[in-house]
Design a protein around this ligand. Structure first.
Ligand code: G3I
Length: 323
């Protein structure tokens, strides 16, 4: 068995991975991704984002997203769909269009309606809004906030709910794995959306963590923070897990990383409404970390040669239980 088999046996959780279109021509990679003992769920890392889906106003291109959706269906894997509204990978026709309030609302609603309708019945979850918060929990300025105000959040969730009533709708962000201003801000978003009478089903904690540091160091801190969200009657999911270190990783760092991964798994397992864990790709071969954090990486349980890091992999297995 693998982490997903153990996760499913431990409860209703899944264990999954992000993936991207360019990687799927790598046959050994694809075979590993498609092994449902290890991965019961996949997320497209890029191909359902606005710049891919609606690169020009009213021109929709679902081809790349469809490849990932079809792969999930073929493998019998849960599909988490990512993401409808984000300030990054947002085409300049939106960012710099100079649209007034009413026009931008209709552009937002149309984008969401078209995309969610296209994938209706295929997305178990949608990350409806991604990264709307600054580190102190205030709203990040972006074209939607600047033009529409905080109402863009409930407007987005309402459009998604109308287009696919059975998809679970998530707010997704990073640095909300521990208590603090940003987590409080995310809780404010849950309350805001509910105050509008609109559905929000879950909080995605991205969990781009650092070995021996923030978020993963204590199971009790991790579960307390998750419970602050579930107290608002929403699920939580770990949506983009990786735990980076200075490269090349020392033996001590790998040992600490194994503990950190185990803590994340134990935390999710301990919270009834933590529905699953997604790695932000499963192998260092395709990790985003080295290109953004110079000198860091080795963040995933599989190395650059697609080999399992035995210590890390076994720690994850053991944390899920004997299954
Ligand atoms: O597609 C182009 C290609 O045509 C071009 O030749 C190449 C040259 O750089 O770039 C390619 O686009 C890249 C794209 O990934 C697809 O590979 C972009 O440069 C690169 O910036 C982009 O990075 C993605 C990043 O989001 C962008 O913000 C990462 O793959 C993706 O893993 C990452 O994912 C985000 C989540 O969506 C939200 N949370 C944080 C997470 C990590 O940044």
């Amino acid at each position: 068995d693998g982490p997903n088999t153990r996760a499913v046996a431990a409860g209703k959780q899944y264990f999954g991975s992000a993936t991207d279109n360019g990687e799927l021509t790598d046959a050994p990679y694809l075979a590993g991704l498609s092994n449902t003992a290890d991965f019961g769920q996949i997320t497209p890392a890029n191909s359902m984002k606005w710049d891919t889906i609606e690169p020009s106003r009213g021109i929709f291109s679902f081809t790349k997203g469809d490849v990932i959706a079809d792969l999930a269906a073929k493998n019998g894997q849960i599909l988490r769909c990512h993401t409808l509204v984000w300030h990054n990978q947002l085409p300049s026709w939106v960012t710099n269009g100079g649209f007034d309030n009413a026009t931008l609302i209709s552009i937002l609603q149309n984008h969401i309606t078209q995309e969610v309708t296209h994938y209706k019945g295929k997305c178990a979850h949608w990350d409806v809004v991604n990264e709307a918060l600054n580190e102190d929990g205030t709203y990040r300025t972006n074209v939607f906030y600047n033009t529409i105000g905080e109402a863009y959040l409930p407007i987005a969730f309402a459009a998604a709910a109308a287009a696919d009533p059975s998809a679970k709708l998530y707010y997704n962000d990073y640095n909300i794995e521990a208590a603090g201003g940003k987590s409080t801000g995310a809780q404010r978003i849950v309350k805001l959306i509910k105050q509008y009478g609109v559905k929000i089903d879950g909080i995605g904690m991205q969990a781009h963590l650092i070995v021996g540091s923030t978020g993963s160091e204590s199971v009790s801190a991790w579960t307390a923070n998750m419970n602050a969200f579930t107290a608002l009657n929403v699920d939580v999911a770990i949506t983009e897990l990786d735990i980076r270190t200075t490269t090349p990783a020392t033996a001590a760092a790998v040992t600490q990383q194994a503990k950190d991964y185990a803590n994340v798994v134990q935390g999710c397992k301990a919270v009834a409404r933590c529905v699953g864990i997604t790695l932000w790709d499963y192998t260092d071969k395709y990790s985003w970390i080295p290109s953004v954090f110079s000198g860091q990486g080795a963040a995933l349980p599989w190395d650059e040669n697609l080999q399992k890091k035995t210590e890390v992999y076994n720690a994850i297995l053991n944390a899920w239980g004997t299954g």
